[in-house]
Design a protein around this ligand. Structure first.
Ligand code: TEU
Length: 544
C-alpha cells in the first residue's frame, strides 16, 4: 500500500475538558494541553486529536456548537489555540480537530433564524417536516431521546435531531449550507491544523421521504443513506484535496464493504474510519467475535483502504475495565490490550489515561453523572415506571462518564488535575494510578506504550505487514503474524485470567528468536513446540 504519514502515526486523543486545568475553573483547557505537550511527546505520539472546543452551550460536551469560528470560554481563546498549534508543530507532532457538521446547537444563530418562521431564508438549513396525523412525522428514535423529532409550537412543524433535542440536524441537501461548512473547514485548515476527526459523518444524508422504520430501536436508518458519498466527494474536491491533512470518519453502523466506500483509496472521500462493530456488538470481551470482526475488516480493506484501531474513547468505557481485567491483572491486561491495538492492522489511537491504565468509574448516584446520553436514558426508563435503582445499575457499565473522569496526574488533591472543583469527580483510584507514579516505575504501562510506539517507528512491518490469524476458534489466545517482505513478527496474547499453552506451528519452532517486547519478565528465546503464557501475557517475537 502507498505509504503515508497518517498510516504510520500513533494518535493520542485529548478530551481537553478532563485533561489538565490551567486556571482552576474545574475544566481542563487548551492552555492545560499546551502545558502537558512534553508529556505527550515523551510517549512518542505523532498526532493529537482534540475533542470539540468551539463555542457551545455544552449540553453534549461541545458536540452542540453555536459558533464554528469561536472557542468556548472554558477551553480558552483563539490566541491560546494558535499558540497550541504552533507548539505542537514545533515538537514535530500534528493536530486534528473534531468536525461536527451533522448538527449544530439549537442556540446556533442559523437555527434561531431557521426556527423563526417558515419563510426565513435559513428555514431550509435544517430539516423541518409537517406533523403526521397530529404527531411526529415518523417513528424514528434518536441516539439520546425517544423521538428524533421535536415540535415547534410557533411554526407548527417538527425538526429532526439524531442526537439530543438541543442538537438539530443540518440539511445537507442545501448547497448553500454545504458551501458554508466548506469555508469553515478551510478557515481551520488555513490556520495550520492537520485534519479532522469527523463526527458521525455518515449521518449527513437522510432517508428520502422519512418512512417509518420497521424496528425503530435499531437506529441504523440514520446512517449511510443515498447521497452521502456525493457529499463527501464534494467536500474532498472543495476542501480536503487541497491540504495534506488526515481525515478519520466516525462511521457507525457500517460493514467493511460499506466502509470501503468511505475510505477506498480510489474513492476520494476520507483517509480512514472508526467503525463501531466492537463497541456496539461486544458489551464485554468476546474473543471469537473480536477475531471475526478483525478478519472481516482486514479482508474487506486489504490493499484498498485503511482502518483505525481503538477500544475506547470519550464515548466508551475505558478498555481495561470493559475488555480487560482492571483488578487482579490491571497492569498486565492494559499492556496486553495495547500490544493488540498497536499490532493489528490500522492506525492505533490512545485515549488519554489509557497509557497509565486508568479505569472506569462507579459513582454512587445519578447526580454524580453528567453524560447526557445516560441521563436522558435514565429519565426515559424511570418515566416508564421502572425501578430507579435498577435503571441506574443497568446504565453504569456503559456510561460515557466512565472515560470522562479527569486525567490522573498525581496523588495530590483532585489527582493534580485542578486546583478548583472538577466538573466531574475524579476516580478515587488516583492515589495509586497516576502519571507521577507511572513515570517513576520502569515497568509501568506508560513505558510499555512508549516502547510499543518506538517499535512502530522503527519497523514498517508493524504498519504495513500482512496479517494472518493463527488462532481461529480459540476463545482465549490470540496469535497472529504480521509479515512484510522477509520479516515476520509473531504476536502471542493470552486474553484470560488463567495460564494457557500455545502450540507453535512447525515452521515457527526451533532456532533463536528475538523477543521484541513482553509484559512479563520473561526471556524465552528458544521456541519449542509450545509456550506457556501467564494470565494476560503478551509477547511479540521477530521470527524472521
Ligand atoms: O458520537 C456518536 C455516537 O454516539 C457514536 O460514536 C457511538 O458511540 C457509536 O455509534 C457506537 O455506538 C459522537 C461523539 O463522539 C459524541 O460524543 C457525541 O455526543 C455525538 O457524536 C453527537 O455529536
Amino acid at each position: 500500500m502507498k505509504k503515508t504519514w497518517w498510516k504510520e502515526a500513533v494518535v493520542y486523543q485529548v478530551y481537553w475538558r478532563s485533561f489538565y486545568d490551567s486556571d482552576g475553573d474545574g475544566y481542563g483547557d487548551l492552555q492545560g494541553v499546551l502545558e502537558k505537550l512534553d508529556y505527550i511527546k515523551e510517549l512518542g505520539i505523532d498526532v493529537i486529536w482534540l475533542n470539540p472546543f468551539y463555542e457551545s452551550p455544552d449540553h453534549d460536551n461541545g458536540y452542540d456548537i453555536s459558533n464554528y469560528y469561536e472557542i468556548m470560554d472554558k477551553a480558552g481563546d483563539m490566541g491560546i489555540f494558535k499558540k497550541l498549534v504552533s507548539e505542537i508543530h514545533s515538537r514535530e507532532m500534528k493536530v486534528i480537530m473534531d468536525l461536527v457538521v451533522n448538527h449544530t446547537s439549537d442556540q446556533h444563530p442559523w437555527f434561531i433564524e431557521s426556527k423563526s418562521s417558515k419563510d426565513n431564508p435559513k428555514r431550509n438549513w435544517y430539516i423541518w417536516q409537517d406533523p403526521r396525523n397530529g404527531k411526529e412525522p415518523n417513528n424514528w428514535r434518536s441516539y439520546f431521546a425517544p423521538s428524533a423529532w421535536e415540535y415547534d409550537e410557533k411554526t407548527k412543524q417538527y425538526y429532526l435531531h439524531s442526537f439530543a433535542v438541543e442538537q438539530p440536524d443540518l440539511n445537507w441537501q442545501n448547497p448553500e449550507l454545504r458551501q458554508e461548512i466548506y469555508s469553515m473547514m478551510r478557515f481551520w485548515l488555513d490556520m495550520g491544523i492537520n485534519g479532522f476527526r469527523m463526527d458521525v459523518i455518515n449521518l449527513l444524508a437522510k432517508q428520502d421521504g422519512f418512512p417509518d422504520a420497521e424496528d425503530p430501536t435499531n437506529i441504523s436508518y440514520l446512517a449511510n443513506n443515498p447521497g452521502i458519498h456525493e457529499y463527501l466527494q464534494e467536500m474532498n474536491r472543495e476542501v480536503l484535496q487541497h491540504y495534506d491533512g488526515m481525515t478519520v470518519g466516525e462511521i457507525p453502523f457500517v460493514t467493511p464493504d460499506e466502509g470501503l466506500l468511505y475510505v477506498g483509496e480510489d474513492r476520494n472521500e476520507l483517509n480512514t474510519l472508526f467503525h463501531f462493530q466492537v463497541a456496539d456488538e461486544m458489551p464485554t470481551w468476546d474473543m471469537l467475535r473480536f477475531k471475526e470482526i478483525q478478519n472481516h475488516w482486514y479482508q474487506g480493506l486489504k490493499g484498498k483502504g485503511w482502518n483505525s484501531q481503538f477500544l475506547n474513547n470519550h464515548d466508551h468505557t475505558r478498555q481495561v475495565t470493559r475488555y480487560g481485567n482492571d483488578l487482579a491483572y490491571r497492569v498486565e491486561s492494559a499492556k496486553l490490550l495495547a500490544t493488540m491495538i498497536h499490532t493489528l492492522p490500522g492506525t492505533p489511537y490512545v485515549y488519554q489515561g489509557e497509557e497509565i491504565g486508568m479505569t472506569g468509574v462507579r459513582f454512587d448516584s445519578i447526580d454524580d453523572y453528567n453524560d447526557i446520553a445516560m441521563k436522558n436514558k435514565y429519565k426515559e426508563e424511570v418515566g416508564k415506571g421502572k425501578d430507579p435503582n435498577e435503571v441506574f445499575d443497568s446504565l453504569l457499565l456503559l456510561s460515557r462518564d466512565n472515560s470522562r473522569t479527569p486525567m490522573q496526574w498525581s496523588d495530590q488533591d483532585q489527582a493534580g488535575f485542578t486546583n478548583g472543583n472538577p466538573w466531574i469527580k475524579v476516580n478515587p483510584n488516583y492515589k495509586y494510578i497516576n502519571v507521577e507514579e507511572a513515570l517513576k516505575d520502569l515497568n509501568s504501562v506508560f513505558y510499555y506504550y512508549q516502547k510499543l510506539i518506538t517499535l512502530r517507528k522503527k519497523h514498517d512491518v508493524m504498519v504495513y505487514g500482512d496479517f494472518t490469524d493463527l488462532s481461529a476458534g480459540d476463545g482465549h489466545l490470540y496469535v497472529y503474524t504480521r509479515t512484510l517482505n522477509e520479516t515476520t513478527w509473531l504476536i502471542v496474547l493470552n486474553h484470560s485470567n488463567e495460564p494457557r499453552e500455545y502450540f507453535l506451528q512447525k515452521e515457527h519452532q526451533g532456532s533463536k528468536k528475538e523477543l521484541l517486547i513482553a509484559n512479563y519478565d520473561n526471556h524465552e528465546l528458544e521456541l519449542g513446540a509450545s509456550i506457556i503464557l501467564q494470565p494476560h501475557e503478551a509477547r511479540i517475537y521477530k521470527i524472521n
